[in-house]
Design a protein around this ligand. Structure first.
Ligand code: HEC
Length: 143
């Protein structure tokens, strides 16, 4: 009887641990809404600077570097991101990212995603900075 109980507990613990430390999801549930109208189809990444985008992503973006939430691998598992609900976007998930255009990304980085940890950067980043970071993210993490 005792043994059955401890086996049950071990199994329950395994399930709990697996769900608590599940890591990045793919396909990933998505709370962020579509950008309005023609914003979705804007694309100025052709003239953007991915090297500058990388600096912003890993270090200089304000209020916080993207890496803190979206992670080193772009999978949404940054130091802060792992604890957020909903999780930050997993850029490395092709199935989710195939529906997310450069214009959509630009709009959300600029205006934020209400009801999530994704804040607006309209006061801290210039439009050109945002295109730079969008280009870096697409080039580096989106498959
Ligand atoms: C405090 C944590 C945090 C930081 C810092 C952060 N993000 Fe996010 N990001 C999120 C969360 C949470 C979401 C929403 C996920 C969802 O839709 O369910 C999100 C969503 C996004 C999306 C939405 C795409 C879509 O339409 O689904 C993009 C693009 C994005 N972030 C890019 C960035 C970039 C670039 C930076 C740095 C300038 C950044 N994020 C900084 C947490 C963060």
């Amino acid at each position: 009887m005792k043994k059955a109980l401890s086996v049950t507990l071990a199994v329950l613990f395994t399930f709990w641990a697996a769900s608590a430390f599940a890591g990045s999801q793919c396909p990933q549930p998505r709370k962020t809404k579509a950008a309005p109208g023609s914003a979705v189809s804007l694309d100025e990444t052709a003239n953007a600077n991915a090297d500058h985008g990388k600096e912003l992503y890993i270090k200089t973006a304000k209020p916080m570097a993207c890496i803190m939430c979206h992670g080193e691998k772009g999978d949404g598992q940054g130091k802060l991101g792992a604890a957020l609900k909903p999780s930050p976007r997993n850029f490395s998930c092709a199935e989710t990212m195939k529906n997310i255009s450069p214009g959509q990304m630009f709009y959300i980085v600029k205006n934020g995603s209400p009801g999530t940890g994704m804040v607006a950067h309209s006061k801290t980043l210039k439009d050109q900075d945002i295109w730079d970071v969008v280009k870096y993210v697409r080039q580096t993490y989106v498959k």
